[in-house]
Design a protein around this ligand. Sequence first.
Ligand code: N1C
Length: 300
Amino acid sequence: MVRESSPCRSQKCRCLLLGLTVILIFGAVAVFAAVIFAGRRDPPAVLLQWKGRGSTDNLKEIMLGRCFTYTEMVNPELRKDCLKIWETFKNAFISKNPCNITEQDYQPLMELAAHPILCNKTLLWSKTNELAHKYTKVQGNFLTLEDTLLGYMADGLTWCGNPSSSEMNYQSCPHWRECANNPSSVYWKMASRAFAEAACGVVHVMLNGSISQPFGNSSIFGSVEVHHLNPKKVHLMKIWVMHNIGGQPSDSCSGSSIKELKSIIEGRNIAFSCEDDHRAVQLIQCVGNPEEPACRVCRT
Ligand code: N1C
C-alpha cells in the first residue's frame, strides 16, 4: 500500500517554510517603508521676510514674453536666445540671500543681453519716469533704458529669491531701504551703467523741476549714469527741467541743484546746456491740461 505523504512533515521542509515566511514579512515591511518615505515631501522652505513687495506673479512668463516681443517685433534685427537670457537672469539671484547680490551675479546676463545703441538717441531721466516715457513714445526718436532689451524686460517688475529654496520669493523682497545690494537695485545700477557707457554724441536728460532737488547725487542718474558717460564719445549733455503744469516750480536751470550737475559734467569735459520746460515735452503735459495758460497757443 502506498502511504500518502502530508506536505512538509520533515524538519528540513518546516525550516524552509519558516524562512520563506520571514522573508515575505521583511519584504512587505520594506515595500511599505519605501512607499511611506517616497511620498514624503521636503519640509517647506523657510522664507525670509522683507518689507518690500514680493516677486511679480508669473515673472518667468512676463519676462520671456517681453524678450520675445522685443526680439521679434521691437528690434527684429537683434538675434538673442530668450530662454538662455531667462535662465541667466534667474541664476543671478535664485537660491541667494537677496541682500547679498553682487555685480558678478549679473555679469553673464549683462554680456548676453547687450546690444548697440545709436548715437544722439539716448534719453536719461530722473524722477520723471512717466513723462519721459510718454514723450519718447510720441516722439519716436529717443531711446530710454526701457527701450533696450534689459530695461524692456524688467520694467516695473519685482524679483528675489531665498537662500533655502530654488523658488522665487513671491511673499516679499527687500525694500531698497532695507539693503542696497538687493536684486533690483543691483540690476538697475548695472543696466544703467552699461546704458550710459554705450551713449555717444549728444545725451538728453529729463529732470523734475517740481521737486526740491532735480539733480540728486544719490539717484541712479546722479550716482551712476553721470559718472559713466564716456567723454571721448559724448560731447554734449542737454538737460530739460520740466515742471508740473499749473504747479509751483520748485527748482530750475538756474538753481543750485542743476549748477552742481553742470560743474560735475563740465569737470568731465562734456559740454552742458539746460532748458526749462522744453516745449515739445510740455505739449505732452498739455494733452491733460489744455486750459492751463502755459498750454495756450498764444502765451503771454
Ligand atoms: O534713480 P533714478 O530715477 O535717477 O534712475 C533713473 C535713471 C534713468 O536715466 C534710467 O536710465 O536710471 C535708469 N533707470 C531705469 O531705466 C529704470 N527703470 C525703472 C533706473 N531705475 C529704473 N527703474 C526703477 O525706478 C528702479 O526701481 C529704480 O530704483 C527707480 C529709479 O527711479 P528714479 O529715482 O526716478
